[in-house]
Design a protein around this ligand. Sequence first.
Ligand code: MG
Length: 453
Amino acid sequence: MSKLMISISGIRGVVGDGLTPQVIVNFAQAFGSYVGSGKVVVGRDSRVTGPMVKHAVFSGLMAVGCDIVDIGICPTPTVQMAVEHLKARGGIAITASHNPIQWNALKLIDASGLFLNEAQGKKVIQMAEQNHFQNVAWNQVGKIESNDEAIEHHINSILKLDLIEPERIASQKFKVVVDCVNGAGGTILPQLLDKLGCEAIFINEEVTGLFPRAPEPLPENLKELGKKVKAIKADIGFAVDPDVDRLAIVSEKGEPLGEEYTLALVANYVLQRNSGPVVVNASGSQVIDDIAAKYGTEVIRTKVGEIFVAQKMKEVKAAIGGEGNGGVILPELHLGRDAMVGIVLVLQQLALAGGSIAELHASLPQYFQSKNKIELPDLNVSSVLDEIIKKYQNQKIDLTDGVKILWQNQWVQIRPSNTEPIIRIYSEARTVEEANALSFELIAELEKIIKKN
Ligand code: MG
């Protein structure tokens, strides 16, 4: 993997080996010139390299005449919401999300609080590559202003939602365990759960950026959380990633429900109350289709990537949407993935349902995914995919992202990576065994095609 990756959503790299102050300043100058002089909101996650990256970002932005609103350490969705609320020209979230500790990144946000789309992102990259900046004179260099109200505004905006009844949640006196992986979650979740009358027990809530485990909230990384939930007989466990846009749930039995079920549980509640389609990416579980069908609404699928989902949600006036990796997007709050709103919507539903989270989960259709990858030698990927399409031409095929072949209760998706010479093979079925079998069938087919070429 290259140690500096430039994409429409920003730049990402290993600090000291690709992600240097020079690169960061250059990109910040390009972004600042693109949005025009004016207010730009900057926030960051808790990574130890955050202060270095932040000061380079400040320097680049100020040099092109942008005034910085520094909202400090906070979740990425808090930066997005602050941009919108403060009517800024744009924003930068300094975070490498769930990437390991040596990484950091800039995520670029436009004036509406959405991540840059393809056209906007390409323009900024071009400006960075061509050093196409408007550096300003000494008396027009930007200023820095600190703002410590963004987190409070985020919390209050969630508690004011029509879908949420804070008193009803508080009446349940939920006992909740939260694992923040020492990321930015510790800046907001204690206050939020306190306002909901929960007895909240935190693990890894120090905002140090020293991740005590792999930071992605995958089931295999949630063992400590599961043990704690069981040991203290909590009602539920929550895990978030370092920049708090992904949410995973652990049942009262200490078992992770799998990230696909975060959005499934939330959709199951929101669709009872609000009408409109559901928007998810092409890799999301079929459980979403089953839930949408129950409420008589449709599911629209997009390419993988938060901005594709968010843009489509805006276009079709979706009721709910997001990504199967624990990314919940509630449009009436904000068009971005937000673990905070996910937590509150799950607690609201739990308060209404009266049973346990394991019971609520068991009431939904059960699907299992198998995620695999194979290496792709120097070959024409699209000709490989064409052969697969031909082989399965009698099945339903979806080409939204890669090639997805669908049967009644199972599917398999083949997606070449944009950054590595690999093909990802994801499958889903009613049992783990069926999902694995489906992946292995496709891997065998792909290997046959690759060998032949
Ligand atoms: Mg993240």
